[in-house]
Design a protein around this ligand. Structure first.
Ligand code: ZN
Ligand code: ZN
Ligand code: ZN
Length: 715
């Protein structure tokens, strides 16, 4: 446009100073918005006039770091089509180069050590650009102009072995550890049942589904049903794992996702992934996190060789270090939108606009699927998926990531928000932080606030929080909660009727324990059900011990957990008495539930209790007479959806509130979610659900931050 001046990155954002003819200046401001490059995201543009300085040329000035400013940092971006052409064109100098990238794609968050985002502040600092790369980097007309991770085979990172060697080993059924963008993957051929089973044994992950990576959309469509929304989610620049319905005739080993009619699939997102599929005999690979069961994903070569040595037959390493580990994200599409279930690579650290001024707060999140949240200005930055905070390694990951995000976003929290559960490592961490105000936030209040925050709601809403476990203000375990809430507080207006759960953690792993709790509550502690699966499948000594504990209220805790009610239903119909991962019984109950069933079971409501005993009575009667489990499962889902709608209807009458927020891990159940939404919409409610943050405990840190902000505002 013939304008003179300069541009620079500062930690407050991008600063452009231009001078020239007035109409050109206006055109420039408009073009900035309308013709911005694919990855540019203009949050806010401030324009001010200054006197002309007589500039003659346009220059790029050195980046400036300013103390205390908030600057957005880009998530990692999947390989763009132009780069794909570069490394697949035999005539291109990057042909076959596994670290090809440009300003439109490539690693970002996982390699950034500090801002401003310049090469010396990344793990590319040690690689000196060759003359050809430097020329691209310096040329404003080039796609690699100021592409910080720019590299080629001459000057950039390299692999420890040829890709072809990896292909050969994968084709032969070996398990290969592959260093990726945010950590290691363990890969094998999912059509090779022996290989998948071996990986399962070695990972000590008996049933939890493995994610797949397909060569391209066509390959994914061969074993999954892919909708238009799914296609967009799969091939977008974030490249998450997308949960898809699997085809029966897929040829994929049943051991990839046992007992599940969905499967998690992603497409290649780095040049190395694309190259692994080029000319290979397979068109899909298992790509599961390189870790031992619940530990964080491994990132460094040394750590991989030490920790994954017993899991992998072979290693494909590289020498571009991963500064921040990030697992693959998981989404599901529903009603035209991507719904995040695990928010990590490709999403983090993209800030969530709170639409209000927030104090600088650290919210420590929950225990399972932990993420934490830092807020500043109008923004909340949610950490990547940290994992289950139940071991030392995960706590260390939490602390490292926190130190990094505080530094990147220049956040110095003045308060720490945390869950009320005294046993959570995240709570204990929060309480150990010296000198800062501590704000305890009830678990389900945080769920509802997170749903309100991402939907930009102000004022009060009816909140329905359904999940497995959350510490209540009465010291009991909540999880089937109806509240009237805003950021400033909540009133618990109704909940699932308490039952006495025996055996602490074992009650989560053994669905027959909540089933016995519901049987005792419904029929009395002495009732016997010899024709129920529990009497067949659970040893009498264990069963009687638990029944006695429930009868005498010894080592029991009262719970209103919706997750445990789902577990109980799964147990009563004989689906499963033991789970190998959180939510497994509920997932299987959803999986088997028949389509097209409209009936439901009775339930009772009093002032503040949703009583499922009438439903349990019917389920038991039907299970004893051998009614199909698929029909019982469907009627059970319908009953829960109806109970939710009915409680909301009553609350609306009392409160004159028409909006409902649905949150909590139970709403990952798509049958329940769809049915609940339909029921509430028939009653003309405005219903809000999650999209940007998970409905599970991976989202509660956002709610904690929103609540803490309001608490501080009110003093
Ligand atoms: Zn590119
Ligand atoms: Zn080079
Ligand atoms: Zn929860």
């Amino acid at each position: 446009m013939g304008l003179a001046g300069y541009v620079l990155n500062s930690s407050a954002g991008v600063v452009v100073e231009v001078e020239g003819a007035p109409d050109m200046l206006d055109g420039f401001a408009a073009a900035l918005r309308n013709e911005a490059p694919p990855l540019a995201r203009i949050e806010e543009m401030q324009v001010a006039e200054i006197d002309p300085l007589g500039e003659r040329e346009f220059t790029i000035r050195e980046s400036q770091a300013q103390e205390g400013e908030f600057v957005l940092v880009s998530p990692d971006v999947a390989t763009c089509p132009d780069c794909y052409r570069d490394f697949t064109d035999p005539g291109n100098r990057r042909y076959g180069y596994a670290f090809t990238n440009c300003t439109n794609c490539g690693p970002r968050y996982t390699i950034i050590r500090d801002i401003p985002y310049d090469r010396p502040n990344t793990t590319m600092a040690g690689f000196r650009m060759c003359a050809a790369c430097q020329a691209e980097y310096d040329d404003p007309g080039n796609r690699r102009f100021h592409a910080q991770p720019n590299a080629c085979a001459e000057c950039g990172p390299g692999l420890s072995a040829p890709v072809e060697e990896g292909q050969r080993r994968l084709s032969q059924g070996e398990i290969v550890a592959i260093r990726g963008l945010g950590g290691f993957h363990l890969a094998c051929d999912p059509r090779n049942d022996g290989a998948v089973r071996r990986l399962r044994e070695r990972k000590r992950r008996s049933d939890k589904p493995f994610a797949l990576m397909a060569r391209d959309l066509a390959a994914a469509e061969a074993f999954c049903a892919v909708s238009g929304d799914d296609r967009r989610a799969l091939s977008g620049p974030r490249r998450p794992i997308v949960v898809l319905p699997r085809r029966a005739d897929s040829g994929i080993s049943a051991a990839v996702a046992p007992g599940n009619n969905t499967i998690g699939v992603m497409l290649p997102y780095t040049p190395l992934h694309h190259l692994l599929f080029r000319g290979a005999a397979y068109d899909v690979l298992v790509m599961t996190s390189g870790n031992l069961s619940e530990e964080p994903i491994v990132t460094s070569n040394e750590e991989a060789l030490a920790r994954l040595g017993s899991l992998a037959d072979w290693f494909l390493l590289h020498d571009r270090d991963i500064y921040m580990r990030a697992d693959d994200s998981v989404v599901r599409t529903f009603e035209g939108a991507e719904r995040v279930l695990r928010r990590s690579r490709g999403f983090v650290p993209q800030a969530i606009d709170l639409g209000m001024e927030a104090a600088e707060i650290l919210a420590c999140g929950g225990e399972l699927k932990n993420t934490f949240c830092l807020s500043k200005g109008r923004y909340a930055v949610l950490s990547q998926h940290i994992g289950d905070m139940q071991n030392y390694e995960t706590l260390v990951f939490f602390e490292e990531t926190l130190a990094n995000l505080k530094k990147l976003f220049r956040v110095e929290p003045r308060a720490v928000a945390h869950d009320l559960h005294p046993g959570y490592l995240s709570t204990q961490y929060a309480l150990r932080v010296p000198d800062l105000e501590k704000i305890g936030v009830q678990h389900h209040h945080a769920h509802i606030a997170s749903c309100m925050a991402e939907n930009g709601l102000r004022g009060k809403a009816i909140g329905v929080a359904m999940d497995g476990t959350g510490y209540g203000t009465d010291g009991k375990i909540w999880g089937g909660e109806f509240m009237v809430a805003d950021y400033g507080g909540f009133e618990r207006r109704a909940h699932l009727r308490y039952v006495a759960l025996a055996g602490g953690d074992a009650a989560v792993r053994q669905p027959w324990r909540p089933a016995l709790a519901y049987l005792a509550d419904t029929f009395g502690p002495a009732a016997e059900f010899p024709d129920l699966a529990i009497w067949r499948d659970v040893p009498g000594s264990q069963r009687n011990a638990v029944r006695s504990m429930i009868a005498h209220r010894v080592n029991t805790i009262e719970t209103s957990s919706c997750g445990r009610l789902f577990d109980a239903a799964a147990s009563l119909i004989g689906l499963r008495q033991q789970v190998n991962f959180e939510g497994q019984a509920a997932i299987e109950l959803e999986t088997i539930a028949a389509e097209g069933v409209e009936e439901s079971y009775p339930f009772a409501l009093d002032a503040d209790t949703v009583d499922f005993r009438p439903a349990i009575e019917r389920i038991v009667a039907e299970a004893r007479t051998g009614a199909p489990a698929a029909a019982i499962a469907a009627r059970f889902h319908n009953t829960m959806a109806e109970a939710i709608a009915e409680v909301c209807r009553r609350l609306r009458v009392e409160e004159k509130l028409n909006r409902v927020c649905l949150s909590g891990g139970t709403f990952q159940n798509m049958k329940l979610l769809a049915r609940t939404l339909a029921g509430l919409r028939r009653l003309d409610f405005d219903v809000f659900i999650h999209a940007q943050v998970p409905p599970n405990d991976g989202g509660i840190a956002l709610g904690q931050a929103a609540i803490a902000t309001e608490m501080l505002r009110r003093g």
